[in-house]
Design a protein around this ligand. Structure first.
Ligand SMILES: [Zn+2]
Length: 206
């Protein structure tokens, strides 16, 4: 399959004395979102959408709420794990669309900033991330923040130029095939490959 879709939803109650973090962005507000982690409702919804897209379970199966390791955790950790899961499955993000539902604070003035932050956490262009917000009219949920997220994934194609490079590297470099695969995977994601350095500097022995 060349494309896959994922959907995520989350909600957290507002609580005073807690910092408010939405989409990895710290926001000035008298209340924050209660939760075992930092309560980042938006990142949790996106994490679930990513995991759902590759049928890899949900955030709770990887990070059980009762686990003390995730108490007050930065939700970017959850997002990174979900990204690893989709890359391992052979997919990358095509685009992400989200809707926040909350009475306050107003999201529109900071939507651009949240978008930039989410895009950088996902390592994709801001143009592939959409942040929308609505107030929960008539729902009696003024002290709750909800987030919905939909992601579209597309298969990572190992194009012919990469295959040629693969052959050339294999001929000239004496590293394992697994390492070459990892380097090519990194390149195809548009990142610089992580070249493993030797454990010591040979010049030190002079
Ligand atoms: Zn959550």
């Amino acid at each position: 399959m060349k494309i896959r879709i994922g959907y995520g939803w989350d909600s957290h109650a507002f609580q005073s004395g807690v910092p408010l973090v939405i989409g990895g962005l710290a926001i000035e507000h008298p209340e924050g979102l209660a939760g075992h982690s930092d309560g980042d409702v938006l990142l949790h919804a996106i994490t679930d959408a990513l995991l759902g897209a590759v049928s890899a379970g949900d955030i709770g199966s990887f990070f059980p709420p009762g686990d003390p390791r995730w108490k007050g955790a930065d939700s970017a950790i959850f997002l990174k794990l979900a990204l690893d899961e989709i890359h391992t499955a052979g997919y990358k993000i095509a685009n992400v669309d989200t809707t926040l539902v909350l009475a306050a604070p107003k999201i529109s003035p900071i939507a651009g900033e949240i978008r930039e932050r989410v895009a950088s956490l996902l390592d994709i262009p801001a143009g592939d991330v959409s942040i929308k917000a609505k107030t929960p009219e008539g729902m009696g949920m003024d002290h709750v923040a909800q987030a919905h997220a939909v992601v579209l994934l597309e298969r990572i194609e190992e194009d012919s130029s990469l295959r040629v490079m693969h052959a050339e590297i294999e001929e000239t470099v004496t590293v394992g095939t697994d390492e070459i695969d990892e380097m090519l995977k990194e390149m195809s994601r548009g990142r610089k490959p992580a070249v493993k350095k030797p454990a010591f500097d040979t010049e030190d022995f002079t």
